[in-house]
Design a protein around this ligand. Structure first.
Ligand SMILES: Cc1ncc(C[n+]2csc(CCOP(=O)(O)OP(=O)(O)O)c2C)c(N)n1
Ligand SMILES: CC(=O)[C@@H](O)[C@H](O)COP(=O)(O)O
Ligand SMILES: [Mg+2]
Length: 583
């Protein structure tokens, strides 16, 4: 018997199937998602839980005339499979392949470009209003998870939508999970009868709760929602990871995001590498700091798992706070903690910190409060692509008066930098990348990891011709490059703000400086160095290397580094070209 999926190229094909075939279609979608994720990894749990929702949505709504907006987009693999991308799904999250989330540039059936959470209601309402303004018809459905209801932006949208009386359909995919178990009062309220009163109080018609795996019930509720002339919430209860026993059994995340896996002798084998990550090393340093200083508290906006804080939370349940997908709140909550005398550490991905920039400026830096931002996933992140690259933390944080900004080269740098940050009277940030810890090269052993004040020479040429000023782990590639080039020195600036000005002026004395950072070159470390040289009337030849003025898509981070010249070979090429210019 041939499958149904190969015959489905668009939502119209889903609509043309007899309703009795839909359960089989769901089964095939699950099999395909499990197979694809096994090969290439991905957001398995959420996508498995949303299979029936996706099928029912495409059955009831006619996209692209109707717009279906998936919050984040990590739950929408079934949507990708039903919208002409099945044959390319094996390229998911790889360079040039199918995108990790949804993007209208990949398919006109992706109504919303996303990757960050809590945007669907606002964008959906805007689309509905935009269609009205442009004289276009078509329904709009915002599909969001219970996790998205921990974020303020969703509520800004719900407030506006409920007051607008426009017929926005909100499909609430309630699986009781964010990445970890969901947190706070609102998810708890969703489990009670108050859910109806809550949404009705906000101006919505409430339909549910419906079993989100019961196609009949879903189709009925969605048809009713489609026919409504006012805002509607359809509350669907789903199971994250459904249909894949290892995900269903994973109490931590229900298989939220999994690396490639395979079955051997009936058992699932995951290749996790086993090496320690920067996040894990930072969490270990935090553990030590918390043991000796009871003022230290840790705050994460819904990234306990990714930031390796699960064990720390178990050890210090009252001093590690998961505040939900609420970056703005996380930062201002830290400001309050600091104002009360605590030493808060806000562990936050670089890309998600973007959402809380004003809170960093207004609530933390302006009053000069001692909040430490542990900026995880700084730089290239790989398969999550453009929405998740840690591109802007250096250039945005560097601009803030009084904020000390530091970067470790190796894991051994983390504890001394953390100690320095916790001892500082004002705000500070330590940025570190996604991925495993590098080894400690002999030059770093010699230079040492403390004291941490100022820059650190990792290699000093006897007759210097060029200095590589390289931030974070890129200093290791700089060392490799410089070892092969006579007359090249390597300076690890360690602090982007305040800059170690004497060391950077010394770096310029040889006449040629290459500044390397994993962040946008617009306004980052390189710009800071150029500003210093301009202010001091010092004019070496300078080349800036970093992330370009463009959004970098999904791909292998290591390969992308090489493409951008952020490896030893690229630094050698750049340095040589700079020296050539001087001839
Ligand atoms: C602004 C922002 N913060 C954090 C994340 C990381 N993140 C991605 S999915 C997710 C959980 C979302 O939970 P929910 O909306 O309930 O969807 P589910 O995964 O349960 O289907 C989180 C925290 C993000 N994508 N965007
Ligand atoms: C969808 C989302 O935002 C997260 O699941 C993210 O993909 C996690 O990234 P890490 O794998 O780097 O923790
Ligand atoms: Mg959820």
């Amino acid at each position: 018997m041939t499958g149904l999926l190969p015959r489905i190229h668009s939502p119209a094909d889903v609509r043309s199937l007899p309703e009795s075939e839909l359960p089989r279609l769901c089964e095939e979608l699950r099999e395909e998602i499990i197979t694809v994720c096994g090969r290439v990894g991905g957001h398995l749990g959420a996508s498995l839980g949303a299979v029936e929702l996706v099928v029912a949505l495409h059955r009831v709504f006619h996209s692209p005339q109707d717009s279906i907006l998936f919050d984040v987009g990590h739950q929408a693999y079934a949507h990708k499979l039903l919208t002409g991308r099945r044959e390319r799904m094996g390229t998911l999250r790889q360079a040039g392949g199918i995108a990790p989330f949804l993007d209208p540039r990949e398919s006109p059936l992706d109504a919303l470009a996303a990757g960050h959470s809590c945007t669907a209601v606002s964008a959906g309402l805007g689309m509905l209003e935009g269609k009205r303004l442009m004289g276009r018809t078509g329904h709009v459905v915002a599909v969001l998870g219970d996790g998205a209801l921990t974020g303020g932006l969703s509520f800004e949208g719900l407030n506006n939508a409920g007051g607008s009386h426009l017929p926005l359909v909100v499909l609430l995919n309630d699986n009781q999970m964010s990445i970890s178990a969901n947190v706070g009062a609102i998810p708890a309220l969703l489990r009670t009868r108050e859910a109806r009163a809550f949404f009705e109080g906000l101006g919505f018609t409430y339909l549910g709760p419906v079993d989100g795996h019961d196609l009949g019930a879903l189709l009925k509720a969605l048809r009713e929602a489609r026919n409504s002339s006012r805002p509607v919430v359809v509350h669907a209860m789903t199971q994250k990871g459904r249909g894949f026993p290892p995900a269903e059994a994973d109490v931590q995340t229900r298989g939220h995001a999994m690396g490639p896996y395979e079955w051997r002798d009936g058992k699932l084998v995951r290749s996790r590498g086993g090496q320690r990550t920067f996040s894990e090393a930072f969490a270990a340093a935090l553990d030590d700091a918390m043991a000796v200083d009871p003022r230290v508290v840790v705050v994460t906006p819904a990234m306990l798992e990714g930031s390796a804080l699960v064990d720390l939370k178990a050890r210090y349940p009252d001093r590690v706070h998961d505040v939900g997908i609420a970056e703005q709140h996380a930062v201002t909550f830290c400001a309050g903690l600091a104002a009360a005398g605590a030493r808060p550490v806000c562990v936050i991905y670089s890309t998600f910190l973007q959402r809380a920039f004003d809170q960093v400026v207004h609530d933390v830096c302006l009053p000069g409060l001692p909040v430490l931002f542990a900026v995880d996933r700084a730089g290239l992140v790989g398969a999550d692509g453009a929405t998740h690259q840690g591109t802007y933390d250096l250039s945005s944080l560097r601009a803030l008066p009084g904020l000390a900004l530091m970067a470790p080269v190796v894991g051994e740098d983390l504890a001394p930098l953390l100690a320095a940050a916790l001892a500082a009277p004002g705000p500070s940030a330590i940025r570190f990348p996604r991925g495993t810890l590098p080894g400690m090269p002999p030059e770093l052993h010699a230079a040492g990891t403390s004291p941490v004040q100022g820059a650190r020479w990792l290699l000093r040429a006897a007759a210097p011709r060029l200095t590589l000023v390289a931030l974070g782990p890129l200093a290791l590639a700089a060392l490799e490059a410089a070892r092969a080039e006579p007359g090249w020195s390597v300076l690890d600036p360690r602090w982007v703000s305040p800059l170690d000005e004497p060391a950077l002026l010394e770096a310029a004395a040889c006449g040629h400086v290459v500044v390397v950072e994993e962040g946008t070159t617009r306004g980052g470390l390189g710009s800071a160095v150029l500003e210093l040289y301009a202010a001091q009337g010092c004019s070496p030849r300078v080349r800036l290397m970093g992330m370009p003025d463009a959004f970098i898509p999904h791909g292998d981070a290591r390969a992308q580094r090489a493409e951008l010249g952020l490896d030893a070979a690229g630094m050698r090429r750049a340095g040589r070209a700079l020296l050539e210019m001087g001839r």
